[in-house]
Design a protein around this ligand. Structure first.
Ligand code: NAP
Length: 315
């Protein structure tokens, strides 16, 4: 059969590439469809200091580049292609990249998750120039400055607390006056003298300037969610921390997901609700969301695939 493979891996972050490494070394000749952001979320980070094996840390893009090369050394083929449609209703499974049709005995889904954004135009205009969705990546640039953190969940509390290492003042903007975050995380933020709160407010517009092509954020236009009134606050940066969205839209209706779209896997394994389809990394993990845990589940997925193919005499 044309374009038939034993294993297709969808997604090329630490989960997908670790799965590819193990599968390639088991002679499964996997194809990796890299997706919109080859290398995944680590490619938009800077220093990674918590990936074991790099005593002095490593830049996120460099780490992913090394992983990619390591995978290719064993014959796996990362391809810069975006999967547009899948059909898991019969085996072999069908995977489409626009008009190209592939079939595969097994599939590993490692499409990750993406940071949710507020969805206003000015947020896009200043993204990377004062607007960020990753405090760990960009906090360092705000030494002695003022920043806003948008959100009321654990991520917002954690990022606000983290940002006080650099920023002089951190203001949490939350659309309600109750927090979704756990009590202990809220209390930690409340006790921090550098953190202020503005509740019942949303960001209507990011305010900034563009001087000779150099964009920077100067403030935000906020709107009170109770009475609709608007007011401005000054700030040097805005961190959006309103959660993540798993990249599972193309699998809707085919695989079991939780209410927020994360793929469900059989506990202690990477088996999804369809036999022969496995999930690894953030796409099935809203709790840990670390490069190393993604890599770990990527390894699990490749081993699960190997055993499953053997059981079905497809290896
Ligand atoms: P989350 O729990 O879904 O919280 C998202 C927050 O953003 C909510 O407060 C929500 O407001 C707000 N929000 C959503 N859309 C918004 C919008 N368009 N405009 C303004 N605000 C908006 O997401 P998360 O904080 O990323 O946490 C995700 C999961 O990871 C949770 O299970 C969390 O416990 C876990 N986590 C744990 C830790 C830890 O334990 N160390 C750290 C980080 C994350 P509403 O409350 O009004 O909906």
């Amino acid at each position: 059969m044309n374009n038939h493979h034993k294993l297709i891996i969808i997604g090329s972050g630490p989960a997908g590439l670790t799965a590819a490494l193990y599968a390639a070394r088991a002679n499964l000749n996997p194809i990796v469809f890299e997706g919109l952001q080859p290398g995944g979320q680590l490619t938009i980070t800077t220093e990674v200091e918590n990936f074991p094996g790099f005593e002095h840390g490593i830049q996120g893009p460099e780490l992913m580049d090394i992983m990619r090369k390591q995978v290719m050394r064993f014959g796996a083929k990362p391809e810069f292609k975006i999967v547009t449609e899948v059909d898991f209703s019969k085996r072999p499974f069908t995977i489409k990249v626009d008009k190209e049709v592939y079939t595969s005995d097994a599939v590993i889904i490692s499409t990750g998750a993406s940071a949710k954004l507020i969805g206003i135009e000015s947020e896009q205009t200043f993204m990377g120039y004062g607007v960020s969705a990753c405090a760990t990546c960009d906090g360092f640039f705000y030494k002695g400055l003022k920043v806003l953190v948008v959100g009321g969940g654990d991520t917002a509390m954690e990022e606000a607390t983290y940002l006080t290492r650099f920023a002089e003042e951190v203001t949490i903007i939350h659309r309600r006056d109750e927090f979704r975050a756990s009590k202990i995380m809220v209390e930690r933020a409340q006790k921090n003298p550098k953190i202020k709160f503005i509740t019942n407010a949303v960001v209507k517009e990011v305010l900034g300037k563009n001087e000779n092509g150099k964009k920077s954020v100067t403030g935000a236009l906020l709107q009170n969610t109770k009475d609709g009134s608007t007011f401005e606050v000054k700030t040097d940066g805005i961190f959006v921390a309103i959660g993540h969205k798993p990249n599972t839209d193309i699998f809707k209706g085919q695989l079991d997901m939780d209410e927020t779209g994360y793929l469900k896997v059989k506990p202690g394994s990477t088996y999804t609700s369809i036999e022969g389809v496995f999930a690894a990394g953030d796409v099935a993990d809203k709790t840990y969301r670390q490069a190393i845990t993604a890599a770990g589940t990527g390894c699990m997925a490749a081993l699960d695939v190997q055993r499953w193919l053997e059981e079905h005499e497809l290896a």
